[in-house]
Design a protein. Structure first.
Length: 429
């Protein structure tokens, strides 16, 4: 196989195949980020073509965010049962099929079924759980950095795709933009099929940083039913205060990022007279700052107390969201917002993943993180619908931004409530 040949060739150069896994996952997540972020560009064109309200469109996106999150713990069980490559490939083909079908949609229920239900399930089959699984399974060292790099792909996806999609939408229509996303998803699926493997032992390696000389043990067969594995994990961790703190903080994380800014910043900028392409470029600028901020966050999470990192990340994000309505939406004000908000947009992920692995053990870390990520997307879905409802009923997005900022301050304080040290809750499970 190509992966075995490449692993042997890289080993001769002292390069671990785990970094190929990181690169493939980075590219797949980058394209997925373009898919997830694209609806923010399409809200106004869909309103103009079909006459759908912001609340109607937001309801479909809210369903997608919620399903995206609720799938996460089951996605972890699927990854453990059927393998990384099989699940990732199935997920991407599911999303492509829904996007192609949506080119012909004419009713709002088409939007809800395709962009809400099908794409929500398809993207949720991997989500951040795939990156967390690769970090814990392929790396014994530098896990925080690996999670930071793979999470930064979300920012890079915005940087690469959103300005391009906005420009294509303005000149050629939203369907042409959607077609480009489909092409990129097909390229990503090909890379996954050729290069992704399940475990280091599949290519005759140990995890990166594992210096043990013991023979590589074959992984035990996973026969636990998907529902039992996911729900059993939830039953076990539901007794843990740490789990509920991480769940709550990640709920607020989703409400203040994907559900609010990613979906509604562009239409809010249009309310203040800022053209769509310029607004998309603002998101891209955030992507630049977040790319570096998330990688640095991964580096920091390997070295410093992750509780305090979360305190600063949520606190600064909350202050930036409260500042936005007072920026007058000037070039200077928006630039300051893009810098401070962008630096920690997804910087919360590496310390959250590390805290999860430390508290609940590496073997089931992806399942536990799946439930924590479900909280993230429940928050995103709540904010996506709530902000759209605010715009429809109050003719303004600003109340949603004030609420999100206040919630971030609460999350900062909650992070410090996690005990400094604790025994792994699931170590004996």
């Amino acid at each position: 196989m190509i992966s075995n040949w490449l692993a042997a060739a890289l080993s001769r150069r002292n390069i671990h195949y785990g970094w190929v896994m990181v690169a493939v996952t980075f590219f797949a997540a980058l394209v997925s980020a373009g898919t997830v972020g694209a609806p923010g560009v399409f809200i106004v064109p869909l309103q103009q073509e079909f006459g759908w309200s912001t609340a109607e469109i937001s309801s479909a996106l809210s369903i997608r965010f919620i399903l995206f999150g609720l799938m996460a713990p089951f996605a972890a069980a699927l990854l453990n049962r059927y393998g990384l490559r099989n699940v990732a490939l199935t997920a991407q083909l599911t999303v492509v099929s829904a996007l192609l079908a949506s080119l012909a949609m004419t009713k709002v229920w088409h939007l809800i079924a395709l962009w809400g239900v099908v794409i929500g399930i398809g993207t949720g089959m991997t989500a951040l759980v795939l990156g967390a699984t690769i970090a814990t399974r392929w790396f014994a060292a530098r896990r925080g950095l690996v999670v930071g790099v793979m999470t930064a792909s979300v920012a890079t996806g915005q940087l690469v795709f959103l300005p391009l999609l906005a420009s294509l939408t303005d000149h050629l229509g939203w369907r042409m933009s959607l077609g480009l996303v489909c092409v990129m998803l097909c390229v990503s699926a090909t890379a996954v099929m050729l290069l992704m493997r399940d475990r280091p032992s599949d290519v005759g390696l140990r995890p990166f940083g594992d210096k043990s000389t013991e023979p590589i043990a074959a992984p035990p067969p996973v026969t636990t039913p998907i529902l039992a594995a996911a729900l059993g994990t939830l039953r076990d961790v539901s007794r843990s205060t740490v789990f509920w703190i991480l769940f709550a903080t990640f709920f607020i994380c989703g409400a203040s990022t994907n559900g609010l800014v990613q979906v509604h910043l562009i239409p809010m900028c249009l309310d203040f007279g800022i053209p769509q392409v310029q607004a998309a470029s603002l998101l891209a600028a955030m992507g630049i700052f977040d790319f570096f901020g998330t990688i640095v966050s991964g580096w920091l999470s390997d070295r410093y107390d992750n509780r305090w990192l979360l305190f600063w990340y949520y606190g600064l994000r909350g202050l930036s969201l409260v500042f936005l309505p007072f920026s007058d939406f000037s070039f200077y004000g928006l630039s300051v917002f893009a810098m401070f908000y962008g630096l920690d947009w997804i910087a919360t992920v590496p310390p959250t993943v590390r805290l999860t692995a430390q508290r609940f053990g590496t073997e089931r870390a992806n399942l536990v993180f799946g439930w924590i990520f479900a909280g993230h997307q429940l928050g995103a879905g709540t904010a996506a619908f709530g902000a759209g409802l605010s715009r429809t009923l109050l003719q303004s997005y600003l109340p949603a931004f004030f609420i999100a900022g206040a919630l971030c301050i609460i999350a900062a304080l909650l992070a410090l409530a996690i005990a400094r040290q604790a025994k792994p809750v699931l170590a004996a499970a």
